[in-house]
Design a protein around this ligand. Sequence first.
Ligand code: HDD
Length: 667
Amino acid sequence: MENKKTKQLKNFKIDNEQKAGLTTNQGLKMAEDEFSLKAGLRGPTLLEDFHFREKMTHFDHERIPERIVHARGVGAHGVFQVYESLEKYTKANFLNDSSKITPVFVRFSTVQGSRGSSDTVRDVRGFATKFYTDEGNYDLVGNNMPVFFIQDAIKFPDFVHAVKPEPDTEVPQGASAHDTFWDFFGQNPESAHMIMWAMSDRAIPRSLRMMEGFGVHTFRLVNKEGKAHFVKFHWKPALGVHSQVWDEAQKAAGKNPDFHRIDLYEAISKGDFPEWELGLQLIPEEDEFKFDFDILDPTKLWPEEEVPVKLVGKMTLNRNVDNFFAETEQIAFHPGHVVPGIDFSNDPLLQGRLFSYTDTQLSRLGGPNFHQIPINRPVCPFHNNQRDGMHQMAIHHGQTSYHRNSLNNNQPEPVPESQGGYEHYQEKVDGRKVRERSESFLDFYSQAKLFYNSLASYEQQHLKDALSFELGKCKSQQVKDNAIAVLNHIDRQVAEEVSENIGALLPQENNEVKSDKKSPALSMANTIKKPDTKNVAILLNGAPDSNKITEWVKVLASSKINFSIVDKKVHSLNENVKVTDTYDTADSSLFDAALLISSDNKLDKKPLEFIEMSFKHFKPLAFFVQNKKSLDNIRIDLNDPGVFNLSTKDITDFIKGIAESRFWDRK
Ligand code: HDD
């Protein structure tokens, strides 16, 4: 598993096992670390106590500013490998050689909440990948949704001010269900498409391992001959795209605020390495104007049925961080970190991002040398005439630090393109300076409608429920009415149902886009379904036969399903099978499925609640009861889809149900 990045990071690791003893930061061994230096046993602390001062000063400065957006995140190391050379499209070295394994670091995040907020909130998820290539770091800083709220970066501060906690109360945390966010939506209808995504089930992912990723913008790939293609980047998860249901997500946020963080960490620790395939949508330069949307508009996607996604490589996350702060918190992404063969488009949102990311690191990481922090260092040599600044780690020797010089043979010298130097794509640009929006960006509603049309009916219902919840939480009648007026441009039925739910004004005129166009790739109903890495709660009631349990857990494990056995108390059923969770620590919102095994003639309150909640969240359920009476007090229909009686059905049927994930057509 060793690669250039892991080797590099090793040089910076400090091991607690080192037997050097406790020292000050100056290397002085200290004989005492528990008591400050005092004038007399009961006397005041002395200023002379350098050890106390050093320890306390360092502690006082342990925190750095959190990211202005995407503050809460979690990351992991991994590798990327391309399936076959993409030299036809790009000269990027890491995409040209199928034997090359490129180290990566991925940070997933929520957008709105602060560092301590819950994982399972309704929000867009960040999906940022740093490729440590031999030609420098390449960052693909994307989200789990393919479009964005605004079209021009100059509106980003406004959008973020609107979605973040409100300035007078600093409420809400980890939520967009508040007036300023929805006021922004009402006044900026360019958000219409993204709002549909943000209110869809995509915003409540089951796991970070089960999300798609998107580069969002149109970028350019450029080959050796200088020929360019417009490109959109996709990450397709091997486990498919899956979500929680809203009630479950809210409960999980309380029962385990670190639900996604732990899910990723544990999967990697166990060796269930998450995988994504990299996908490319490519449009030749000459086809730029062949579409009914502007390919520079970041509120538009390229329907996969029109521009297919070519799967070109695989990323595997295979190592957890050693230290959260040093790696996950200090990693600095920037869409402008590119390598030869990857270039930008004129998307005005992307253009603005190219300024913002380095700028923000200056205050977050405290100066211009953040590229020298171990997690941010390229694995290839880096050298130029930039000098000094806060936290300079390098000792640049020699007399010169300027270009052009004669005293040092003009070193470090620019590298010609033919030898790997970066040259910008020579796009011809000619125009008047204007502060305007292109007319080709003005269709806000067609793709919002396309997205809605493409969803399964239960997904559409969830979206309407989400809108009703979020707008229902708004206090201003005007904000609600304005939001409905925008929804009325997308879909009349959505506007009708939501306005009725929240008591808002429905415009008399139906302004919806008339289109029944669909893109099946946009619905999660059509995703990959596997039982792998799902979590099953095996609920014990009474003292059931442990042989059956031993047999079943073996079958579950052979299907790569994780399980926890839950009982009133922690105990061992036999040498190999242990009860690890109790009804106090386990909650149905933290599991994908439940299997009830009962020997009693009455079901206790806690397993009963667990089962009913799993049923309510459409999860697969199985039961094996020695006494039928024990199900007398259960308030669910055991003949409904996704409920498996293991007295008459085989455990493999239940496993198929676990792969299916949810049974939406329950009564
Ligand atoms: Fe951004 C962080 C993704 C638009 C300015 N952004 C940030 C992160 C992700 C994205 C994943 C977290 C990176 C990490 O884990 O450290 N941002 C996006 C996407 C966008 C987008 C997919 C639209 C397509 N962002 C965007 C705009 C601007 C910014 C238009 C400003 C002009 N984003 C930032 C930032 C952040 C950031 C303020 C906060 C912390 C950081 O950069 O490093 O500069």
